[in-house]
Design a protein around this ligand. Structure first.
Ligand code: ACM
Ligand code: ZN
Length: 766
């Protein structure tokens, strides 16, 4: 009997020994950005405590260090690095002929071979291995699991060499630990360029030894309107709270701010370099310079510092002291950042200051320049020459194109409404980085600049020739921080859209597919959770407008898109929903006016609050009239009115019959108001939505009830309102008081929930 048991035990032992490593299915694997080609093979490689790493030369050092670092932290073992060939190992092997960043990865049950021609390629191979490993590899504490890497054969190379992310440290500050965390997450997705917007009107964030006031004073501000907006929002969303560590007592006053010492900058640059990430510094000049001018007022045209109508007073370009100041700063900056490129901003300059400045006007004359834009280009050329003398390349926002470009300047295109900027630059042979607001401004909300929109945006303009296309260095997404006061909020704005930028920057056009990408993104959430990343979760939809009803209504709450593990919580008493609030699981009936507030959660991550009123309405009865003419009466009244409500309804028959509500020829008129009046035909009983769009202001009435209040004094904007109408004719009046330059008046209607259509003679008469 004993013999028999021993035999069974031996058999079990034998079977478990020859048990092959598990195979993985395609659904279990997500490498993002998507490799150029990937084949999934049988089995997997198991990384164990005694697994060796075969290392050949220095080009593999960063990759090897990163990989051993991951295992040290998460697996608690130190993989041995050897320089002789061994079997059953992770082998780094240099091959010729792959482009920068490209790599090949062959994983089998017996070995891993990572091949590349230079260090970026090896590093990228490690990031693919990282994503093939269980998400526990991201753990900051030791985890005891089997570390299988699925067998795959990958060939991979990037589309662009500039795969960038930007952070704005001026509007709100982020500290060195947050920067390092961000760099780690960039590395995971093969993003390799980190643009630091270090200076702006709202704060100076880099120590410059020659000008100590820049950080002693310029890095600290009395909380401004951006701060108060954020603090107000923090009541309903803690991500808008400003961390106490960013406040300090300066000159007896509590101030907001922060800056990096030069030692910290070196630490950031080195940390990034270990991850094959280049840090690009931006010192924005000659505008966006208030935080410096406040403390060195001789820099501005007339010693004044502050805001003009839209932008701040810039530095004076007619005084030699400005040029000297800039070069002294840049001399320190170039010593800190080994990057090829130095970004000097150049955007949004208030040239009105230069128009009236005798120094600037003298400089324009002396240098034979046409205008203030050419003056800025003259300044740029001088700065560029200085940078070149330090071995650096000059880069600026696309405003630098306006006054003329040198052959060697590089342009960051952000204003997609200026399609000529990149065209002129690329035609001229200048390098271009695409970072347009249309897709790559990640400070814009996820609901508008959606993941799909970012992903499907083709960065190369359609009219680019092959030669012009070759001048596109790559793409970048920007995180302007006016409304981003905390690192968690920054992550919420960045993820998952950063994954779309990563794939846009990496994958060829032919290799892209949103559905496949989206599937891969969904598989990344667990890894992001393991990394402690705060990401955007789909919003509760359908609460952007008030909901009106007559008897009762069923309210259903849905997510803008499905995401596993996401739940909706809501309240009906005006309080802010938490996970202790009502959990939504099925439509519910409402029969009174209430306010609903709802929020989606995935774990402890939540979305922006959505809320609206659910309004109980009584039906408005129709009037009994006979229509003689289709369309509406239109009166154009002379004279300017202060308020829309100052417009009196004319009693005269001196009107024009119109078939639609539109500005038409009135766009060339000034100082007038318009009244439209007639009857609106409700085809059936129901809740109707009316919408107007106008500049200046307007109001829409059904009978005596103001349904749309679009009054005030504003640029073109829409407003809506709802009313329950019984089938039949209802008196309608629209009053429009245009702004000084009339631009638009439009009115639409529809049954609640249906598409709105223009109010015209099909539904009106008098
Ligand atoms: C910018 O957004 N002003 C570059
Ligand atoms: Zn000046």
């Amino acid at each position: 009997m004993k013999k028999y048991i021993t035999l069974i035990l031996l058999t079990i032992l034998l079977v478990s020994c020859i048990q092959p490593n598990p195979s993985f299915k395609e659904e279990e694997i997500s490498i993002l950005p998507k490799p150029s080609s990937i084949q999934i093979d049988k089995g997997s490689f198991k990384v164990e405590e005694d697994t060796k790493i075969v290392f050949q030369d220095k080009t593999q050092e960063k990759a090897v260090n990163y990989l051993t670092g991951l295992f040290n932290k998460a697996a608690g073992f130190n993989l041995e690095v050897v320089d002789n060939k061994v079997e059953d190992a992770i082998v780094f092997e240099k091959i010729e002929g792959l482009k920068e960043g490209a790599y090949k990865l062959e994983v089998s049950p017996t070995s891993i071979h990572a091949k590349a021609s230079e260090e970026n390629g090896f590093f990228n191979a490690v990031q693919s291995i990282r994503q093939l490993l269980p998400t526990e590899i991201e753990s900051k504490e030791k985890v005891s699991i089997d570390w299988f890497v699925p067998s795959v054969t990958i060939e991979d190379e990037p589309r662009f060499q500039w795969r960038g992310m930007h952070m704005d440290f001026s509007r709100h500050f982020f500290n060195i630990d947050e920067v390092k965390d961000f760099l780690d997450n960039m590395a995971l997705y093969k993003l390799n360029t980190y643009h630091m917007h270090l200076t702006d009107d709202q704060g100076w964030r880099i120590e410059i030894k020659k000008y100590p006031l820049l950080t002693e004073k310029g890095a600290w501000r009395t909380p401004n309107n951006q701060d108060t907006i954020c603090m107000d929002k923090s009541v309903e969303n803690k991500l808008f709270a400003i961390d106490e560590s960013n406040f300090k007592e300066v000159d007896g006053e509590r101030k907001y701010g922060g800056f990096f010492t030069q030692e910290q900058i070196k630490e950031i640059v080195a940390y990034a370099d270990d991850r094959c990430i280049t840090v690009i510094p931006e010192i924005d000049m000659p505008g966006h310079f208030k935080s410096a001018i406040d403390n060195y007022p001789f820099l501005s045209c007339n010693g004044e510092s502050g805001w003009d109508t839209v932008f701040t007073y810039p530095t004076c370009l007619g005084k030699e002291t400005t040029y000297e100041f800039m070069k002294n700063i840049l001399a320190e900056v170039v010593g800190l950042f080994p990057s090829e490129f130095v970004h000097i901003g150049g955007d949004e300059v208030n040239i009105a200051s230069w128009e009236v400045c005798p120094h600037c006007q003298k400089a324009i004359k002396e240098h034979g320049l046409k205008d203030e834009h050419e003056l800025q280009s003259h300044f740029n050329r001088d700065i560029e020459q200085f940078l070149q003398s330090k071995g650096k390349k000059f880069m600026g926002w696309d405003e630098i194109v306006t006054g003329g470009l040198t052959k060697s300047a590089n342009v960051m295109w952000w204003r997609n409404w200026f399609p000529n900027s990149p065209k002129i630059a690329a035609e001229n042979g200048n390098g271009v980085v695409v970072t347009t607001t249309a897709a790559y401004y990640f400070d814009y909300l996820n609901e508008g600049t959606t993941l799909e929109r970012v992903y499907n945006y083709e960065p190369i303009p359609a009219d680019f020739t092959t030669e012009e296309e070759a001048n596109v260095l790559g793409i970048q997404a920007n995180l302007w921080s006016e409304r981003i006061p905390s690192y968690k909020r920054l992550q919420y704005q960045a993820f998952p859209r950063m994954l779309a930028v990563a794939e846009n920057a990496w994958a060829s056009k032919e290799n892209k597919d949103f559905e496949i990408f989206n599937n891969n993104v969904e598989k990344q959430y667990n890894r992001l959770d393991a990394l402690g990343v705060y990401y955007y979760v789909p919003a509760v939809k359908g609460l952007d407008k008030e909901i009106a009803f007559v008897d009762e209504t069923a309210i259903s709450l849905d997510l803008a898109y499905e995401l596993e593990g996401t739940e909706i919580y809501y309240t009906l008493d005006g309080s802010i929903p938490t996970k202790e609030s009502l959990k939504y699981d099925a439509p519910f009936v409402v029969n009174d006016t209430i306010e609903i507030k709802a929020r989606a959660y995935r774990g402890d991550i939540y979305n922006d609050l959505k809320s609206t009123k659910i309004l109980h309405k009584e039906y408005t009865e129709p009037v009994n009239v006979t229509i003689k003419e289709k369309g509406l009466k239109q009166w154009v009244l002379k004279g300017k009115r202060k308020e829309v409500s100052d417009i009196k309804i004319p009693k005269t028959t001196n009107f024009t019959k119109v078939d639609s509500i539109a500005l038409g020829d009135l766009k060339d008129k000034k100082r007038f108001s318009v009244v439209y009046q007639g009857y609106f035909k409700a085809e059936k009983d129901g809740v109707y939505e009316f919408e107007t769009r106008s500049d200046g202001g307007d109001e829409l009435f059904i009978g005596k009830e103001m349904v749309v209040d679009n009054s005030g004094w504003h640029g073109p904007r829409k407003r809506y309102g709802k009313i329950a109408l019984k089938k039949g004719l209802h008196p309608i009046t629209i009053k429009y008081r245009p702004s000084d330059k009339p631009r638009v008046i439009e009115a639409k209607f529809g049954l609640q929930g249906e598409e709105l259509i223009a109010i015209d003679s099909k539904v009106t008469g008098y």
